[in-house]
Design a binder for this molecule. Structure first.
Ligand SMILES: Cc1cc2nc3c(=O)[nH]c(=O)nc-3n(C[C@H](O)[C@H](O)[C@H](O)COP(=O)(O)O)c2cc1C
Length: 276
């Protein structure tokens, strides 16, 4: 059967307990010699390798050597977890300080571990950390938003008032209300043929990065305006970015060192659930 070589079983270590088969989506079955491929639709999630208590299973596309051993569950207690998640806020005022590229690399590296549909992955990033280019991008988005508020979907959106105000302040007060004078804009892209899946995947990946950012002393803010302008296909923006033809923009956020520290946790509308 095709895919036969995907897994390698160390017979000295395998106890044939079948855990790898139980966590698998149906690719593995338990044979006389232990786990074996019975259906050819492996998505390389690596669960079979990760669950084995003896390190008996290796997988060509999810190698054992790449999976870090987890001795003890790192799950924080409920209060720590809730406080951590509720402490994330958008940052819109950044210090005029560049971010070392190795820190950006570290920030985006964590995003690789976010879940993707069928383990499709495939998100890649374009990072703009040149201040002149960032200014040009903001100016181009302002032009697009102004036009779109008159004739396009922004004008019809419930947030049109908010966007009008953003653009007015950009022109009148000379404030960068679009890219917030951030020292860095991170643009996520996916294969053009994988849209809208790539966009869904991106949102989880960017959320991972945004939650991790404070660990590096960084603050972040989604840039919806950038994303909407880019996905509308606005030529002046796409010309500035010069992305390969095969990629499409699936999300973006601003990042930098925050000026202000928030002293309170996020609050939102009350939870709504319907039990059925
Ligand atoms: C998809 C998305 C797009 C957003 N776009 C922008 C944006 O273009 N500019 C901006 O200043 N904030 C943007 N935000 C930030 C929201 O305004 C912010 O998340 C919301 O007001 C709640 O505040 P908090 O993130 O501090 O909790 C965006 C957020 C999301 C989730």
């Amino acid at each position: 059967m095709a895919g036969e070589n995907l897994i390698q079983v160390n017979q000295d270590k395998c106890t044939k307990c079948g855990l790898c088969v139980k966590v698998c989506r149906g690719t593995l079955g338990l044979g006389e010699q232990g786990p074996e491929i019975v259906h050819d639709f492996c998505i390389a999630c690596g669960h079979c390798v990760a669950v084995c208590p003896n390190g008996a299973l290796d997988h060509t596309r999810a190698p054992l050597k790449n999976q870090v051993l987890l001795e003890k569950s790192p799950v924080p207690d409920v209060e720590t977890a809730a406080r951590f998640l509720r402490s994330r806020r958008s940052v819109r005022t950044f210090q005029k300080k560049p971010i070392p590229r190795e820190n950006i690399r570290e920030l985006l590296d964590i995003a690789r571990f976010a879940p993707t549909a069928c383990n499709s992955q495939g998100i890649s990033y374009y990072v703009v950390d040149d201040l002149d280019t960032l200014k040009k991008i903001a100016a181009v988005i302002a032009d697009w938003a102004e036009e779109d508020l008159k004739h396009g979907s922004l004008g019809k959106s419930p947030w049109s008032q908010n966007t009008s105000n953003t653009i007015r302040c950009y022109h009148e007060n000379g404030e960068d209300t679009i890219l917030r004078d951030a020292p860095c804009l991170i643009i996520a892209t996916a294969d053009k043929n994988r849209f809208p899946l790539g966009r869904d995947n991106t949102h989880f990946a960017l959320t991972y990065a945004q939650l991790y950012a404070p660990t590096l002393g960084l603050g972040t803010c989604w840039s919806g305006l950038f994303e909407y302008c880019a996905t509308s296909g606005y030529e002046p923006l796409l010309k500035l970015l010069k992305l390969p033809e095969s990629r499409t923009i699936t999300g973006a956020f601003l990042v930098g060192y925050p000026v202000y520290t928030f002293k309170r946790l996020v609050d939102r509308d009350p939870l709504q659930i319907t039990w059925q």
